[in-house]
Write a protein that binds this ligand. Structure first.
Ligand SMILES: [Zn+2]
Length: 161
């Protein structure tokens, strides 16, 4: 089931030369973004391995686990700028009810009672995610936080907040 991926890793490891890197983010940057397969966080920002922390989940939402990682990244791993990047045509841009109904339909069950952190209002939800990082008491005041939207049709990022 995973043979193709493990074979690819064998080829990767054969010429691997990144063993000298350390854990802190060289560009002092962390990006929170969506799992959407069209998003190439490193390439779109000309980042190289070792430059940044990339945190991904459905929607690129700032939830408790993202905050946990950002608290550690900003206090222990040299990060002092954070961008929360949502994107156009996101599968999570829907209502909680609609997402739960679709999952239930796929499972052949009632809509599950689970918070999918749907993006009902793209601008307001992005601002709320940015504010959640800014107002986190365990993220230092000197950390700069931006809200971006990535356009999957053009490859361009726009600054929202
Ligand atoms: Zn998405």
């Amino acid at each position: 089931m995973f043979e193709d991926l493990l074979a690819a890793n064998e080829r990767y490891a054969a010429t691997f030369d990144l063993g000298h890197l350390t854990a802190p983010a060289r560009k002092r940057f962390a990006l929170v973004t969506c799992i959407d397969s069209r998003i190439e966080p490193m390439a779109m920002l000309a980042l190289e391995v070792g430059d940044a922390k990339v945190l991904r989940n459905a929607g690129g939402r700032v939830n408790d686990d993202v905050l946990r990682s950002l608290i550690l990244a900003t206090n222990l791993l040299d990060v002092d700028r954070v961008a929360v990047m949502h994107h156009t045509d996101c599968a999570g841009a829907s209502s909680q009810e609609a997402l739960a109904a679709r999952v239930g339909e796929r499972l052949g069950t009632a809509p599950p009672d689970r918070d999918f952190q749907a993006i009902g209002d793209p601008d307001a939800d992005l601002r709320a995610d940015v504010e959640a990082v800014r107002s986190c008491p365990l993220v230092r005041d000197e950390v700069t936080v931006a809200g971006w939207r990535y356009d999957v049709a053009t490859g361009r990022i726009s600054e929202v907040c």
